[in-house]
Structures are given as structure tokens and as C-alpha cells.
Ligand binder design. Structure first.
Ligand SMILES: [Zn+2]
Length: 480
């Protein structure tokens, strides 16, 4: 058991020569016999702290955490924070990130707050010590994962996968995460399914394929073929595999071999040779579709090797419309001078704006939010969320998916596109170089994008884009 394991903290030893160590545990009520489980946890921590000569017990805090309860109801957690604030605790040991906090934001907020007042945290499952020079990115990734309430890639998961490899158990098909069920259909392999969930969850939050690969290797999760190394192409193929949302694209060889007619009648909505809701999914349809959109955008944004762009592209999709014709803008790599990705109108072809301009405007708008105005808004969950973000992250350098998704309703673009001669004739249009961010709490922030240099004038890019569209049209015409 854990009792025999001596943990060495990375944080500075206090002057009195011992760390005052507290333990925080939370047992969710959906577990069987949670009461005894709670007692066992408390006992384990008591023994663990007693057994370490460098530690002394500062307290055991234990909540019975029904899922979805508010932070206010976690009375023991609140008591622990109060004791830490009173300077009684040097270190808090806790089982895992998912036991400590219920979402990324909350986790980061408490970690930062505790660090500020000189209390460090040690997460057992993740082997993460906030006293160490650790990367906050790692914590963000791990906490994002915990938020999905997927299981952490624990020892158990790794162990289960390895054990099957050692036993030489053959997988039923080549699809990682599934096995052949008793009825001959798809059945989940829980530990592999947890890995699949992690991959989708991280990608959905803006983590690149390369970072996911490194994360899995660091966690020592064997690849689908049992190797230590994961290839980027395997991860990319997994992200595109419709089986993970429960569908099947029928291959010729499948129709005879694996699919019983009964299943086909009962569960499949046959559309050509594509079966929807054919088997139990690992990720939701919404997640799968969002991941597909992000992949599409990264690809079109012109990432260096398809999806590995040096800068992340964020899913503004459906948030941006053409100020001329109202069509939804699409992200395109436009081969124009130094232009990186741009948001383009395919409908009228008159509007193009560089992605970077919107991203910068959004970050600027976030930083410029006037908290006095926010305070006057009617109370709502959206307002509360905005206040929480601003408290934990007063300023940001870049627009990031995780907060954007939570806070931004949509973005309105000014026309941006008048040529200098137009402006001379219609001076009222000069104020049109704006990006208006409409926040979910009901507030609007208007940012002037100050596009002044000629090469940056979107009307200039738009002309070139129109030429590009025309060439594409001609090509298609020739092909037909
Ligand atoms: Zn348009």
C-alpha cells in the first residue's frame, strides 16, 4: 500500500524542520460503500503522514462529494483552505486532480491561491508537486482531462493494457478501444477507451497532436501496437475514426464478416454504406464533430505539417459572419504575400481578414474588460464565470480556446475593407475598422483594429482572394 512509500517533497523545508502535512480526500457518492471507503482513505493518510519522519500531521479533511455540488457545500475543503490561509499547512496531499477540483479553472485558481500563501500541493496519481519547478501547462492539461471526468491514465489503465499484451491476447479488430462483445458486436475495452477519451479531450482543448504524443509517452501508455512510442499519424487517424462516436463506415470486407443482420436492423440508420449509432460510442458526437472542425481549421490554416501549426488556430467557426453579405466566414490559407491564415467569405468574395487580427483583438478586448461595467450587469451564470476568469487570469497574451468557448457568444466584424478613395467619399465609414466582441454575459467590447499600413488593408487582400477564387472556379470548370 501507499503507507510504505516515502514521498519527498520538492518545496522548501520549513524552518521548524518538518513539513506540516494535511490530506484532503473526497469520495463521490456514486461509489458503493462510500462510507467505508472514506474511512479507509483517512486511515491511509494518517498512517502515511505518521510514517514519514519529515512530516507532521496538520489535519485530515474529507468531503463526501456528490457530483455536481457547489464549492460552498464542500465544507471540509473550505475548512482546509481557511487553515492554509491561517498558515497552519505547508503541504496538502490529495489523491488526484479530479478529487481535488471539478474543473480546470477551479483547480488552477486554488493551486495559485495556495501557492501564493505558501501552501504546496501534492497530487498522488499524477505525481505532481506544485513545490517543484513544474510547468503550469502540464497542470492545465491534466486538469482539463480531469474535468472531462474521464478516468486519469492511472497505473491500472496502463497495467491492464500491458497485461493483455503480455498474455498475447489478440484484438478482435484493428480498432483500439473496442473488442468483440458476447453478441458479436463492438464492446468497450475500458482502459483503452479512457486513452481514446484523453486524446479527444486534449485535442478539443487546443493541445496539438505532438503534445498529446509526448504526454502519452511521458505517462508510459503503450501505443495500440504495444510500443513505447506513439506516432503522430496514429493519433491523427484516431481523431478521424468515426467508430469512436459510434458510427461505422462499412468497408467491403466488413459487411460479411462482422456485422450481424440483426444489429443492422436494430441500430443502424442505413445511409448508403454508412451506419449511424451502430455501437456504443467512446466520445460524444458533439466532441467528435468539434474535433473534426479543429482539424479542418488547423489544416486550412496552413499548419506546418497538417495540424501541427506553430500557432494554434482556434475554433471561431460559426462565430464570424461576412459584414457584407452575412455568410459564415471560413478559415482559409490564402497564398498572398506574407498572409498567414485568414477568415474569408466564399459567398461574395469581398471580405477577407487575417486570423491574427481577430485573435489579437479578442485578447485585447479581454484585457480591456471594464470590471465596473461588469458589476452593473444583471446576475447570471455567464457573468459569474467571467468574474471568475478575470480574477484568476486578469490579463492574457493570446486568445485561447478554453476561455473563449466559455465567455464569447460571437464576434462582429466591421467592414474593414474600404479603399482610401472610398473613405474620402464616405467619411462616416472611417470608424468601421472595429472588431466587436459580444460576451455571453451580454456585454460588448469594441476594439479598433487600427489597420493602417497599405499591405495590411484587407481590401487589398480581398482583391487577391477574389482572383484566387476565380482561378479555382476556372480550374473546376476545366475539370468538368
Ligand atoms: Zn460575403
Amino acid at each position: 500500500m501507499q503507507i510504505n512509500r516515502i514521498i519527498h517533497f520538492a518545496g522548501r523545508m520549513p524552518e521548524q524542520g518538518k513539513y506540516r502535512v494535511a490530506a484532503y480526500c473526497r469520495v463521490s457518492t456514486d461509489l458503493e460503500s462510500q462510507q467505508s471507503s472514506m474511512e479507509i482513505q483517512e486511515q491511509v493518510y494518517r498512517e502515511m503522514i505518521r510514517a514519514n519522519p519529515d512530516w507532521e500531521l496538520a489535519g485530515i479533511y474529507a468531503d463526501e462529494g456528490a457530483s455536481g455540488t457547489s464549492a460552498k457545500k464542500r465544507t471540509e475543503f473550505t475548512r482546509m483552505i481557511a487553515d492554509a490561509e491561517a498558515g497552519k499547512i505547508d503541504y496538502v496531499i490529495t489523491k488526484s486532480i479530479s478529487r481535488f477540483a471539478r474543473n480546470t479553472l477551479e483547480c488552477l485558481q486554488y493551486v495559485r491561491h495556495l501557492k501564493d500563501i505558501g501552501t504546496q500541493l501534492y497530487f498522488e496519481k499524477e505525481n505532481l508537486d506544485t513545490g517543484a519547478a513544474f510547468s503550469e501547462m502540464l497542470l492545465t492539461i491534466l486538469a482539463a482531462f480531469a474535468q472531462e471526468e474521464s478516468r486519469s491514465i492511472s497505473e491500472n489503465v496502463k497495467w491492464g493494457i500491458r497485461k493483455r499484451f503480455e498474455a498475447g491476447e489478440e484484438r478482435w479488430s484493428t480498432c483500439y478501444g473496442f473488442t468483440k462483445g458476447a453478441d458479436g458486436g463492438y464492446a468497450l475495452v475500458p482502459d483503452e477507451a479512457a486513452v481514446v477519451k484523453t486524446i479527444f479531450s486534449l485535442y478539443e482543448r487546443g493541445v496539438t497532436v505532438n503534445e498529446i504524443k509526448k504526454h502519452l509517452e511521458k505517462e508510459e501508455v503503450p501505443s495500440p501496437s504495444g510500443k513505447k512510442e506513439w506516432s503522430k499519424s496514429i493519433i491523427q487517424r484516431m481523431l478521424a475514426n468515426e467508430k469512436y462516436m459510434g458510427d461505422v463506415q462499412l468497408q467491403k470486407k466488413y459487411t460479411v464478416d462482422h456485422l450481424s443482420h440483426r444489429q443492422l436492423k436494430n441500430h443502424g440508420e442505413v445511409a448508403g454504406n454508412y451506419l449511424k449509432n451502430h455501437h456504443i460510442p467512446i466520445v460524444s458526437r458533439k466532441t467528435f464533430e468539434r474535433v473534426a472542425k479543429i482539424r479542418d481549421m488547423r489544416y486550412q490554416g496552413g499548419g506546418k505539417d497538417q495540424g501541427e501549426g506553430s500557432s494554434l488556430q482556434y475554433p471561431f467557426d460559426e462565430m464570424l459572419t461576412c459584414p457584407y453579405c452575412g455568410a459564415i466566414l471560413r478559415r482559409r490559407k490564402i497564398n498572398v504575400q506574407s498572409a498567414d491564415g485568414g477568415w474569408c467569405c466564399n459567398h461574395c468574395g469581398d471580405f477577407v481578414i487575417r486570423a491574427l487580427i481577430i485573435e489579437n483583438a479578442l485578447a485585447f478586448a479581454y484585457n480591456a474588460i471594464d470590471m465596473e461595467i461588469v458589476a452593473t450587469l444583471p446576475d447570471s451564470p455567464q457573468k459569474e464565470l467571467l468574474l471568475q476568469y478575470k480574477q484568476s487570469m486578469p490579463k492574457t497574451q493570446t486568445a485561447e480556446y478554453y476561455w473563449m468557448e466559455d465567455l464569447v457568444d460571437h464576434i462582429e466584424l466591421g467592414k474593414h475593407t474600404y479603399s482610401p478613395s472610398d473613405l474620402r467619399n464616405k467619411p462616416e465609414l472611417q470608424s468601421d475598422n472595429v472588431v466587436t466582441v459580444c460576451w455571453k454575459c451580454g456585454m460588448k467590447t469594441v476594439t479598433d483594429t487600427r489597420i493602417v499600413r497599405d499591405a495590411d488593408m484587407p481590401w487589398h487582400i480581398a482583391d487577391l482572394y477574389k482572383g484566387y477564387l476565380k482561378r479555382q472556379e476556372n480550374k473546376a470548370g476545366v475539370a468538368v
